[in-house]
Structures are given as structure tokens and as C-alpha cells.
Design a protein around this ligand. Structure first.
Ligand code: APR
Ligand code: PHB
Length: 393
């Protein structure tokens, strides 16, 4: 068995694992990244695209913000649309903060390029990744690569391996509780080769359900429709999708421009939080520890905020101060629950509950009342703006 020793074994090369590696490198702390997929697969996953101001600052501070500064689209706010009217929520005017539209795929591309430049030990297409000895002082991670067995010995193991990873699953079942809920709707998302028809993202509640107009660049649009979670993508031709988008997003005097659809998929929506993000020598970051529904654009941002906290804690630890590392799980979870409630609030305010009955008819009208209140109150819009642009760590 081939053996390697490092300080921090990072499982998963998504945005969380890759960014942690760069933060550790900047502090001179040795790490190895283990990823079970290929680089091309990781680079090809289409995900969200809004960066909080704090996420932009983190990427910039860590020296991976050049392309983001050049190609990222800085947005001053969002539109909330309901009852056929579009309302601007102006973050800059309300609280002096912004967000930046830049695809998660682009973030991953920048992080991988930096690891290539640094010559990092990041191993792709490894199999059978398994952490051991997490409750002792000398954990290891075993894996198979190029047909050989390997053992990585480390001071710490970081689970950055997403919702389906092995890290969270290696915490004994009687030591962890999962808090979760599924929503009775899903998002059908498309990427289209067409200039965005809007300057800001549009979040829209329509009688037929939620719709959203987002973007990736000046020439690529990203659009979403609320659909039933049991829907098959085959039932949605491009023409049917555009039809529904025109109906839900349409307002007088505005045109939604269509373009070639290059990607389409349906994603279920869930809220999920593990009761702990630490177990002995294991620390969880990002989707391994929590999932938000996408309505508030918090998935990537909360992964990056975990990493910022954990990197600072590990750097302190290796400099002789253990306090932040002891507090990581509690501090990161507290922030995560604040983010969860915001994502749940945005989600429930903007989606139609399924079913055609007196209760759903009531709920829809109550949601319209809530949106009317929010868009009519500077206090409420400030609350939204503060959370959308990102809470402090
Ligand atoms: N061994 C090694 N790697 C693994 C394993 C395993 N057993 N299981 C999963 N992985 C890898 C996945 O292939 C993936 O590349 O871990 C990585 C986890 O990356 P993400 O799922 O992107 O999670 P994270 O880095 O936490 O980023 C969170 O992704 O899902 C979105 O909305 C979410 O934007 C947020 C971001
Ligand atoms: C996206 O562009 O993919 C996106 C934007 C905002 C969201 C969710 C997804 O809230």
C-alpha cells in the first residue's frame, strides 16, 4: 500500500474543497485533495451563479478573483414580480452592498487553474475513499487510484464531498441527527444562448407557479420554472418551456428573448442540515453538512463561508491556538441556520403550493400580501437586501 502523510486530507474537489486547499496553501499548510470524479466531470456541472459580496472578497483575497473581477456582472439588486408587476429591490440604495453574477462552474475553473499553477497534490478519479480513526488523533483516508491501494495519513480530515459523500456518512449514526424537509416542487432550469432580457435577476410568483430569469454572461441566459417534482424533462419541449416562461414572466412593454437551449434539467428542492459539522478529527464543509433550496442563491455562498471559517481555524490551530477549531462546528452551524431560514422564506414566499383547494387559494393570496408588504417597505427590503448580499460570518 502506497503511503502519504499530510496535514489536511480534503475529500471532494467541488468549490469548497478546492478553495480550502488554496487558503491552506497561502498559509503554508500541506494538504491533499481526493476527488472520485474526473476533472472534466467536476468542471461540467452546471450550478448556481450568484456570489455574495463576502464571497467575492474571499476569492479576491485568496488571489483567485482576477477573472471574476473582469467577467463577473455586478448587480445592484433584484426584481420581485407578482400580480403582473415588477418591483426593483435596490440593494445599493438600501444598504450599499452588491452581488456578483458569475457561474459556479467559472469559480471551479479558476480554483482548478490555481491548483495547477501551484502544483497541488489534487487526485481525481480515485475510488473507495474511506476515512478511518476519526475519533483518535491520527486519522487516515484510504483510497484506490491507478489500481493501487493508498493510505493518506493526516492531522485532520475535511469532508467537502457534497450531499452524497462518504464523510458525513462516516459519523456514527447515533452521533448525528439530520434535520430536513422536502418541498412539493422542483426547478426546471435551462441555459440558453441569448442575451439576458433583463438587467437584474427576476424572481416571479405567478398563478401558474414560480419563474426566474437569471444569467451567466452578456450572451447566456439562465431561466427556471417551478414544476412538479415528479415531472419528466422529456415532457418539456423547448417550445413548452418558452411558452411557460412568457406566460409567467411577461409584463406589459417587456419582451423575453428566446435562444437556443443548450442545457435543461429538473432539480428537486430540499432543506437539509446535519446536527454537527465536526466529529473528532473530521470537519464538514458545504453541501456535505447542509443543503438549501436555491431560491436565495445561498448554496455556493454558504459552502464558501464554511471554508473561510474552517481555514482560519486550521491556520490558528497550526500556529498553536486551538480555540477557533473547537468552535468551528457551532459557529458554522449558527450561520447556516440563519441562511436556511432566509432560503426557506424566499422559497415559500415565491412558489405556488400544489393543489387546487381553499387552503392553497388562501396561501397564494397571503403570499401576494407578503410580497406587496415587502416591496412597499424599506425596512423589509433592507432585511432582504442584507441577507441576499450575505450575512457577516
Ligand atoms: N470521494 C471523493 N470525492 C467525492 C466523494 C467521495 N466518496 N463523494 C463526492 N465527492 C465529490 C463530488 O464528486 C464533488 O466533486 O465531492 C465534491 C463535492 O462538491 P459539491 O457537490 O460541488 O459540493 P461543495 O463543494 O460543498 O459545493 C457546494 O455545490 O451543490 C452545489 O448548491 C451547492 O453551490 C453549492 C455547492
Ligand atoms: C442561477 O443563476 O442559477 C441562480 C440565480 C439565483 C438563484 C438561483 C440560481 O437564486
Amino acid at each position: 500500500m502506497a503511503q502519504v502523510t499530510t496535514r489536511v486530507a480534503i475529500i471532494g474537489a467541488g468549490p469548497a474543497g478546492l478553495l480550502l486547499g488554496i487558503a491552506l496553501h497561502r498559509a503554508g499548510i500541506d494538504f491533499v485533495i481526493l476527488e472520485n470524479r474526473s476533472r472534466e466531470y467536476v468542471l461540467g456541472r452546471v450550478r448556481a451563479g450568484v456570489l455574495e459580496q463576502g464571497s467575492v472578497e474571499t476569492l479576491t483575497r485568496l488571489g483567485v478573483g482576477d477573472r471574476l473581477a473582469r467577467d463577473g456582472l455586478v448587480h445592484d439588486g433584484i426584481y420581485l414580480q407578482f400580480a403582473g408587476e415588477r418591483h426593483h429591490v435596490d440593494f445599493t440604495a438600501l444598504i450599499g452592498r452588491t452581488v456578483t453574477v458569475y457561474g459556479q462552474q467559472e469559480v471551479v475553473k479558476d480554483l482548478m487553474a490555481e491548483h495547477d499553477r501551484l502544483g497541488s497534490d489534487a487526485r481525481y478519479e480515485v475510488a473507495d475513499v474511506a476515512p478511518h480513526g476519526l475519533d483518535g488523533s491520527a486519522p487516515t483516508v484510504t483510497f484506490t487510484s491507478d489500481g493501487r491501494q493508498h493510505e493518506l495519513a493526516a492531522d485532520f480530515v475535511v469532508g467537502a464531498d457534497g450531499f452524497h459523500g462518504v464523510s458525513r456518512a462516516s459519523i456514527p449514526a447515533d452521533q448525528i441527527t439530520i434535520y430536513e424537509r422536502e418541498y412539493p416542487y422542483a426547478w426546471l432550469g435551462i441555459l440558453a444562448n441569448v442575451a439576458p432580457s433583463t438587467d437584474e435577476l427576476i424572481y416571479c410568483l405567478h398563478e401558474d407557479g414560480f419563474a426566474m430569469h437569471s444569467m451567466r454572461s452578456h450572451s447566456v441566459s439562465r431561466l427556471y420554472l417551478q414544476v412538479d417534482p415528479t415531472e419528466s424533462i422529456d415532457a418539456w419541449s423547448d417550445a413548452r418551456i418558452w411558452d411557460a416562461l412568457h406566460t409567467r414572466l411577461g409584463v406589459p412593454g417587456w419582451t423575453l428573448h428566446e435562444g437556443e437551449v443548450t442545457e435543461k434539467s429538473i432539480t428537486p428542492m430540499r432543506s437539509f442540515v446535519a446536527s454537527r459539522l465536526d466529529y473528532g478529527r473530521l470537519f464538514l464543509v458545504g453541501d456535505a453538512g447542509h443543503i438549501v433550496p436555491p431560491t436565495g442563491a445561498k448554496g455556493l455562498n454558504s459552502a464558501l463561508s464554511d471554508v473561510t471559517m474552517l481555514a482560519a481555524a486550521l491556520i490558528d490551530f497550526f500556529a498553536g491556538d486551538e480555540r477557533k477549531l473547537a468552535e468551528y462546528g457551532t459557529a458554522a452551524l449558527a450561520r447556516q441556520w440563519r441562511t436556511q431560514q432566509f432560503s426557506q422564506w424566499m422559497t415559500e414566499m415565491l412558489h405556488r403550493r400544489p393543489g387546487d383547494n381553499a387552503a392553497t387559494a388562501f396561501d397564494y393570496r397571503s403570499q401576494l400580501g407578503e410580497l406587496s408588504y415587502v416591496t412597499g417597505s424599506d425596512y423589509a427590503m433592507q432585511m432582504l437586501a442584507e441577507q441576499y448580499t450575505g450575512l457577516k460570518l
